[in-house]
Write a protein that binds this ligand. Sequence first.
Ligand SMILES: Nc1ncnc2c1ncn2[C@@H]1O[C@H](COP(=O)(O)OP(=O)(O)OP(=O)(O)O)[C@@H](O)[C@H]1O
Length: 281
Amino acid sequence: MNRTQTHRQHPSNAESAHETMVDGHVTITELEKVYESGDERTTAIEDFSVTVPSGEFLGVVGPSGCGKSTLLYLVAGFLEQTTGTIAVDSDPIDGPGTDRGVVFQDYALFPWRTVMGNVTYGLEEKGVGKEKRQATAQRFIDMMDLDGFEDKYPKELSGGMKQRVALARTLAYDPKILLMDEPFGALDQPLRESLQDHLIDIWRELEKTVIFITHDVEEAVYLSERVLIMTRHPGTKKTTVNIELDRTQPREELVLSDEYTTTKNDVWQSLREETTPGGEH
Ligand SMILES: Nc1ncnc2c1ncn2[C@@H]1O[C@H](COP(=O)(O)OP(=O)(O)OP(=O)(O)O)[C@@H](O)[C@H]1O
């Protein structure tokens, strides 16, 4: 990994780049999800619409229980919506697919498989031959600084390493869209920052569309080109904030810049209105 490449082009350039890309465009229209169990009905998401252009890094924040994970699982195809549509490149989704890759907070690795075995898993499912599988997996193992650990089992790895294996496993089968549910939530701050920078490098290099759920406003502002703020339960889109930071600066300078502080405060303020009793809704 080249730590000097952790800063992206300016968002205005990035946006025009998105317009020229075709793959990985997500359109969510009037989405509603009602959980039903016996006589109980819980509306988790209502009247939710957003378009995520190809290659965009969209952060999603919202109060606890507002439906962030539900939203991600709907886009992943793990859950079925009650009404509304979710389309990838204009095709409505119909269950999970290899065009979308999900990374969870708890890694979700197969404990009985080695690092190599975990990373080749999706390629096996796709029917890729052994030689190609190994070569592709090795590329992502190297990209994640995991070379030398190919034969280790998950229980032999640290939390940060497990999360890097999970990312390598997802990237190896080349989804257009990365769906990330608090992927760094269980890690300590230095590791979290290191993986954030790593993720930015990968996003730049592989040009994926990313939908990244987090509780952490600073993480959302640091990583994203745009942050979507959800209302309190039942969740809908409250607003989106474009993040326009000078990404050529190193992290230490960027996080002290006026633009970063102001943007972070704007997102905080909007979120606080959703978490404060009697706040605007
Ligand atoms: N399987 C389920 N059955 C019934 N209700 C559910 C189910 N899963 C989630 N909910 C409800 O849907 C709402 C949204 O939950 P969800 O987990 O998506 O929120 P979240 O924003 O991800 O929460 P958190 O930030 O605390 O993780 C909550 O009211 C929750 O209780």
